[in-house]
Design a protein around this ligand. Structure first.
Ligand code: EPZ
Length: 411
């Protein structure tokens, strides 16, 4: 339940990044020694990853935002279908499992339905490392005697495929080149963690990653980077309510394209080492946005900006180039009085005077965040259902918002 129109003011401490913690937790399977991960967000997707590790024989000790993982007694190589179905990132386990056990049995991953989300690039890369892949009745069995270094070029800079091939080639025989890779900050964070465990990887952040296979890994500890998408979401909420908010524990460089668009909208944004302050006084100006792989504008910020632009002083166009079905939230915004037309992969947003509170439903994680932004802006009360989507990726969402003045609560 949100009572809209309340100005947000105060400080928000950003949590660890979901999209970094998930591949890092998955990669601990490569290691038969203990590891410690700190700044790990307490969100639903992370607990699913822990559940998968425990079913495979790992021990997981959580203490607030730090976790110790012991994968010395790994005893399985089949990922339970129900857990695979719950979350897209479960597919990252496959690369780690191949590295450690040379075998993995799994089904197609689930997760937010924002597009077809095939895994062909992952499987194509595994084949080049010497993995045989058999699919029977929806079950995929990947196995090999040994993994061999290879020269792999990705058809698209897929985040998941880049991570999976980094994991699978860590313990391979020889050197692996992975070209046209994703350059997201989460890839660099994964490389840093793997190297802290004794891997030999260079190139994260560029378009080619080189993995020099090693025999084994050792104990390590790592602090997960801050969540740039959580940070971007709170910045949009501050703008939505003409607020004045300071974000702490954030890496401003990771939000360069988001901050650029916020300034174009008319927000005053200042950055310091690990802080971002934002103030919004004037009307929201229209902007055009095209989602792109990093360092381009993140697709995970698309719906939050769409909400803001529903009340801009003109017409904005958002082009979604990464996922083919990521406008599910639009009908809900239209129920709140927005004027949006969808043409193929573009949303044409005609700014209106104001939004009205309404009963709306979340259909995925980031679309859900967009609806909360609309609820904070709207006049009157909004009832937003489906918040389990939000709890997948935002830690202590309601509490953090209440602390900066939002009239929001769970019913
Ligand atoms: C990661 O998903 C993120 N998830 C997503 O965030 C994010 O939207 C996405 O990268 C793009 O930035 C995590 O990191 C856990 P991709 P991923 O593989 O790895 C196509 C959120 O809200 N593709 O880079 O699944 C695919 O269909 C989530 O936090 C293939 O065709 O994304 C898509 O159109 C949502 N074949 C495009 O590439 C493949 O084998 C990008 O997908 C793999 C991908």
């Amino acid at each position: 339940m949100i009572d809209g129109g309340n100005r947000l003011e105060g400080e928000v401490v950003i949590s660890g990044a979901k999209n970094s913690a998930l591949p890092i937790i998955a990669s601990t399977i490569l290691n038969s020694n203990q590891v410690e991960i700190t700044n790990c967000p307490d969100i639903h997707d992370v607990s699913i990853m822990f559940d998968i590790l425990e079913t495979l024989g790992c021990k997981v000790h959580k203490d607030k935002s730090s976790v110790r993982i012991d994968a010395s007694n790994l005893n399985g190589f089949e990922i339970p279908e129900n857990l695979m179905h719950e979350m897209r990132s479960s597919v990252i386990i496959v690369g780690a499992m191949l590295g450690r056990m040379k075998k993995c049995v799994f089904t197609y991953p689930g997760g937010c339905e924002i597009g077809a989300r095939p895994i062909n690039i992952h499987l194509e890369g595994f084949k080049q490392l010497g993995v045989s892949i058999v699919e029977t009745q929806g079950k995929i069995t990947c196995e090999c005697e040994k993994l061999f270094g290879a020269d792999i070029t990705l058809d698209f800079p897929s985040v998941g495929a880049t991570e999976n091939l980094m994991l699978a080639s860590c313990l391979a025989d020889g050197i692996t080149y992975i070209r046209n890779v994703a350059r997201e900050p989460e890839i660099k964070d994964l490389q840093d963690f793997l190297n802290e465990m004794g891997a030999k990887i260079v190139g994260a952040g560029s378009n080619t990653i080189v993995v020099n296979g090693v025999k084994e890994l050792h104990e390590a500890s790592h602090t997960v980077i801050p969540d740039r998408i959580e940070a971007g979401t709170y910045l949009c909420m501050a703008v939505a309510t003409r607020g004045n908010v300071l974000l702490k524990n954030v890496i401003p460089e990771h939000l360069a394209s988001t901050i650029h668009k916020l300034r174009q909208i008319g927000a005053k944004v200042e950055t310091k080492k690990d802080m971002i302050s934002i103030r919004m006084i004037n009307e929201i100006l229209p902007v055009n946005i095209k989602t792109m792989p990093y360092p381009g504008f993140p697709t995970d910020m698309q719906s939050q900006f769409a909400s803001l632009l529903t009340v801009s002083s003109g017409t904005s166009i958002i082009v979604e180039t990464i996922f083919e079905n990521r406008f599910k939230y639009v009908n809900e915004l239209i129920r709140m009085g927005a004027n949006i037309t969808i043409e193929g992969r573009s949303a044409i947003i005609q700014g209106v005077e104001k939004l009205n509170g309404a009963n709306v439903e979340m259909r995925d994680l980031r679309g859900g965040a967009g609806l909360v932004i609309a609820g904070l802006m709207a006049s009157g009360t909004s009832e937003i259902s489906g918040i389990s989507f939000l709890e997948r990726g935002y830690e202590n969402f309601i509490k953090k918002l209440q602390l900066i003045g939002a009239k929001i609560n769970k019913k």
